[in-house]
Design a protein around this ligand. Structure first.
Ligand SMILES: [Mg+2]
Length: 400
C-alpha cells in the first residue's frame, strides 16, 4: 500500500429526498419529505478519496455543530496516513488501527471512511476488507410506510395501502409498516384496530409474496393485551418480523414470543436500534434467553468496526444482523449494502428509497428487491464534481 496521507477534508450537506412525504411514527412528529446527509469526504495525497456521513455527530440529539465537526476531523484525521487507519491481515481488516480504536468506538461512522479509503488504496472492495463476499445480491426493504392515514385523513387507510402498492410497482418486495397508533396519537383500542386494518389491507393489496414487517417504536408498551389482539388479528397476514413492539424486557419478550407461538406466525422478534452502547446488558439477556432474533444498532453510527465486533459477539446466540438505517440517506443505504454483502446473518437493508443526488451513477443496481454488489474498490461511491460545484460547494466546508 502506498504511503499516502489525508490532505484535504470536506463537509458537504446534501438533501436526500424520499419517494413520498412521511408522516408520524408512534413517538415522533412527521418526518417530512427529506433528510439532510452530512457527507464527509477525505482526499489523499495520491489523488484518492473516501466518504462517510456525520449524521450521528450532527444529530440535534447530540447538539452537533459544523464548527465542532470540522475541529474533530481536523484533529483526528488531517495529515494522517491511510495505512494506519485499519489493522490488516492480508486484505481483511481485523480491527481499527492502534491509534484509532477509541476514535472509531466513539465515532463509528469514521470507521466507514477508513474502510473506503483503505479499500481504494488496496484496490479492493470494502466487502473484502469486511471478510469477503457472502453474497452478491443484498435484499432491501422499503421503510417509508409511516402513519400516513393520519397525515392524509381524507384517504385514511387507503393512503398507506397506495404507498405499499407504489413500492411494489417500483420493485420492492419487502415492506416495513409503522404501527403503534395505540401509543400516542390515537386512543389505545381504536389505534390497535387501525394497525391491524392497515396491515391486513396491505397484505390483501400486495399479495402473499411480498414480505411484510411491522415496527411499533414501543407503541405497545404497557399494553400486552392489545399486542396480543394485534398479533392474532394479523396472523393471516404472515408478518415476517415484529420490531420494537414494547421496551426491551425479558418478561415482555417472553410473553410476546408466546403470542407468536400461539398464533403460529413464526414472526421474528427484532430490536436494539436504540442501543447506543451495544451490546447493552438487556440485549445480551434477550439474546441469551433466545428472545431476540435480529439486532438493530444503526449501521452508520456504530460503523463497520463496531458492527463486526457485534457480529462476533452475537454468533453464539444465533441472533441475526439487522442494522437500523433510517436518516442515513443514500450513503447509509450503500453502507448497509456493503455490510450486508459481507455478512452471513444479515437480513435486509433498511432502505429509505432516497432519490440519487451527488454521487455518480454506478453498477449497484436495484432489481427484483435486491441490490447487486459489484467488486469495486472501497464503497464504490464517487462524488460527481460538476454536481458538487453547481449545487453544493457554496454550503460546504473544505479543510486543506
Ligand atoms: Mg425501527
Amino acid at each position: 500500500m502506498s504511503d499516502s496521507i489525508i490532505n484535504s477534508i470536506s463537509v458537504i450537506p446534501v438533501t436526500a429526498t424520499y419517494p413520498h412525504e412521511l408522516g408520524r411514527n408512534s413517538r415522533n412528529m412527521e418526518v417530512g419529505r427529506s433528510v439532510l446527509e452530512w457527507i464527509v469526504k477525505a482526499d489523499t495525497s495520491d489523488g484518492s478519496s473516501g466518504l462517510t456521513i456525520a449524521q450521528q455527530f450532527m444529530s440535534p440529539r447530540n447538539g452537533g455543530r459544523v464548527s465542532e465537526l470540522v475541529l474533530l476531523l481536523q484533529e483526528t484525521l488531517m495529515g494522517k496516513r491511510v495505512t494506519d487507519l485499519l489493522l490488516l491481515d492480508g486484505d481483511v481488516a481485523v480491527g481499527p488501527g492502534n491509534d484509532y480504536k477509541t476514535l472509531f468506538h466513539k465515532h463509528g461512522w469514521l470507521s466507514i471512511l477508513a474502510y473506503d479509503l483503505v479499500g481504494k488504496q488496496l484496490g479492493v472492495s470494502a466487502v473484502t476488507l469486511l471478510g469477503g463476499f457472502k453474497r452478491r445480491y443484498v435484499p432491501a426493504y422499503d421503510t417509508t410506510l409511516y402513519f400516513d392515514d393520519l397525515r392524509v385523513p381524507e384517504k385514511g387507510v387507503q393512503q398507506v395501502v397506495q404507498e405499499a402498492q407504489q413500492s411494489v410497482e417500483a420493485g420492492w418486495n419487502q415492506i416495513k409498516i409503522k404501527i403503534g397508533r395505540c401509543g400516542t396519537w390515537m386512543s389505545p383500542e381504536p389505534g390497535q384496530i387501525r394497525d391491524a386494518e392497515i396491515v391486513n389491507s396491505i397484505r390483501e393489496a400486495v399479495g402473499k409474496d411480498v414480505k411484510l414487517m411491522v415496527d411499533a417504536n414501543f407503541g405497545y408498551e404497557g399494553r400486552l393485551d392489545l399486542l396480543e389482539n394485534f398479533i392474532m388479528e394479523t396472523k393471516e397476514a404472515n408478518i415476517f418480523w415484529l420490531e420494537e413492539m414494547v421496551l426491551p424486557n425479558v418478561d415482555s419478550y417472553r410473553a410476546m414470543r408466546n403470542m407468536v407461538e400461539t398464533a403460529k406466525t413464526n414472526s421474528l422478534l427484532v430490536c436494539g436500534e436504540v442501543d447506543r452502547e451495544p451490546i447493552s446488558e438487556i440485549y445480551k439477556d434477550l439474546a441469551s434467553e433466545c428472545l431476540m432474533d435480529g439486532y438493530q444498532p444503526d449501521i452508520v453510527s456504530i460503523g463497520f468496526s463496531g458492527w463486526k465486533a457485534i457480529e462476533n459477539s452475537l454468533e453464539k446466540y444465533n441472533v441475526r444482523t439487522q442494522p437500523h438505517c433510517f436518516f442515513n440517506g443514500v450513503f447509509g443505504t450503500r453502507a448497509s449494502i456493503i455490510f450486508g454483502a459481507a455478512s452471513d446473518t444479515f437480513i435486509s437493508v433498511e432502505d429509505e428509497r432516497c432519490a440519487p443526488h451527488i454521487f455518480k451513477p454506478d453498477h449497484f443496481e436495484f432489481k427484483d428487491g435486491s441490490y447487486y454488489v459489484p467488486d469495486v474498490p472501497g464503497l464504490g461511491l464517487e462524488i460527481d464534481k460538476e454536481i458538487y460545484i453547481g449545487k453544493y460547494a457554496s454550503n460546504s466546508v473544505v479543510l486543506n
